[in-house]
Write a protein that binds this ligand. Structure first.
Ligand SMILES: Cc1cc2nc3c(=O)[nH]c(=O)nc-3n(C[C@H](O)[C@H](O)[C@H](O)COP(=O)(O)OP(=O)(O)OC[C@H]3O[C@@H](n4cnc5c(N)ncnc54)[C@H](O)[C@@H]3O)c2cc1C
Length: 426
């Protein structure tokens, strides 16, 4: 692909949560001092966090959660095209890709001046023995619909196990100091335990006593911090949930249960699992990636060896846990970094590094939800958990706002949402 003028090209790879938000804020900060090109193998957003709500409301999640985004990019003179990224040649500042509209396309190259990697991860269900036959999950609309059909047509009211495969976090001595996680993202298992218990109750099939949560870690959702877990775990126990920690990871899923790597097993009719979040194969062994293939950055989302490479969202090594809210905050940091590099009016701007924290709204069923806002796991002192109608309203409102605004939540939107949710109980 040839350059049309001599403005620097910012190439954004991936256009789901982190990529779309980054592309839009980069335009805001860099103005027309750059050309922005965005590439993804699909041309819609998959609004993953709301899949459970749709499934438990008996809707096919694909009907409500796949949003087109092209009009937002076009209106800002950002060029989008659909293609599969095959490789990144960092030394020659080129990306090798293949247009994926029709099979048989020839692979091509595109050069960049600045690269923003927002390619997420591959969710490695294919590495869990027995998942295809006996496992269920909620991480895309296909799997959400499969759960919905099973709940309506196949589920007999037996025990349910919900939990995660062991996450392999990358390492590198070039990374900032980070806590390490044994599961990639344990907000979803917690959310599903609550909403599934509510669904069982509404269907008169039981309650929390039917559900066992399991984790490869010493404790589930470690990133929620000790203060929140000190309230959440006793509450879950009182409600009747089963709980198994230190599984070591999933060895196999079979018809009547799950076997773990520590030699124990759980009987379950329904096995809901979240896999290892693994970097795409072509990211492994790169001079700018960690031991697993996640992009190495500092807290300005900037690679220390390739100053033109940035990363945001799940593809970045510092994004632990793999949380969309972290990707959103990182997209804002990257846009300011690129603004300072390319927009003369921002040449002296002061930029704050990423301040990692969990900000999470979860569904609990019956129009209630939970809200967590904490940075305790990273050594901070914020620790707020609320339950009630307000977090549910915020979760639905965030989806609607994201849809309406094309991923560009106003910069005051997230801080206002946090302030509101921290202090208002409903
Ligand atoms: C059930 C569930 C619930 C969740 N709930 C929450 C929540 O409440 N709050 C929260 O903050 N987070 C939540 N998360 C986590 C959140 O979904 C992820 O952190 C978020 O999707 C990461 O965004 P991303 O843009 O980095 O990656 P992704 O969303 O994975 O997007 C990556 C993009 O890159 C594209 N891509 C990948 N490979 C290629 C390639 N080779 N070529 C071209 N394009 C490619 C993909 O098509 C995709 O569009 C949840 C996750 C799950 C599974």
């Amino acid at each position: 692909m040839k350059k049309l003028d001599d403005k620097p090209t910012v190439l954004v790879l991936g256009c789901n949560f982190a990529g779309l938000t980054a592309a839009r804020y980069i335009r805001e900060e860099c103005k027309d001092n750059v050309n922005i090109v965005v590439m993804d193998k699909k041309d819609y957003i998959n609004f993953i966090p709301n899949i459970p709500i749709e499934v438990f409301s008996n809707h096919n999640p694909a009907d409500n959660l796949l949003f087109p985004f092209k009009k937002f990019l076009e209106s800002e003179n950002t060029h989008f095209f659909m293609a599969e990224v095959l490789d990144i040649d960092a030394d020659n500042k080129q990306v090798i890709y293949k247009p994926n509209e029709r099979a048989g396309a020839a692979s091509q190259k595109i050069s960049y001046d600045y690269l923003v990697v927002a390619l997420g991860c591959r969710l490695a269900y294919d590495e869990i023995d027995g998942f295809a036959e006996f496992g269920y999950t909620f991480s895309d609309t296909y799997n959400g619909e499969k759960v919905r059909r099973f709940l309506n047509e196949g589920y007999k009211g037996g025990p349910i196990a919900i939990g995660s495969q062991r996450f392999k976090q990358g390492t590198s001595d070039k990374l900032p100091k980070l806590p390490s996680a044994l599961a990639a993202c344990e907000g979803p298992p917690i959310e599903l335990a609550f909403s599934m218990a509510d669904w069982l109750k509404n269907k008169k099939l039981g309650d929390a006593h039917k559900i066992t949560l399991f984790t490869p870690g010493e404790v589930i959702a470690e990133d929620a911090g000790k203060t929140i877990l000190g309230k959440l775990l006793p509450m879950a126990q009182e409600m009747g949930y089963g709980y198994v920690a230190n599984t070591g990871g999933i060895k196999q899923i079979y018809k009547d249960g799950i076997e773990f790597l520590n030699g124990t097993s759980l009987d379950a009719e329904m096995k809901i699992v979240f896999p290892n979040w693994e970097p795409h194969a072509f990211m492994k062994g790169k001079p700018f990636t960690d031991s697993e293939g996640f992009v190495i950055t500092d807290l300005f989302m900037h690679n220390p060896d390739y100053p033109e490479i940035f990363a945001v969202g799940d593809a970045a090594s510092v994004t632990v846990p793999k949380l969309g809210a972290l990707g959103h905050a990182e997209a804002i940091v990257v846009s300011k970094m690129l603004g300072r590099l390319t927009n003369p009016k921002m040449a002296n701007a002061t930029i704050e590094p990423l301040s990692p924290m969990v900000v999470c709204f979860g569904d609990m069923g019956s129009h209630k939800g939970f809200y967590m806002h904490t940075n305790e796991w990273w050594g901070g002192n914020i620790s707020v958990m609320q339950m009630g109608r307000m977090p549910y309203i915020m979760k639905i409102s965030f989806k609607n706002m994201y849809h309406e605004l094309g991923g560009k939540i106003p910069t005051w939107g997230m801080p206002l949402g946090e302030e509101f949710s921290d202090h208002i109980h409903l």
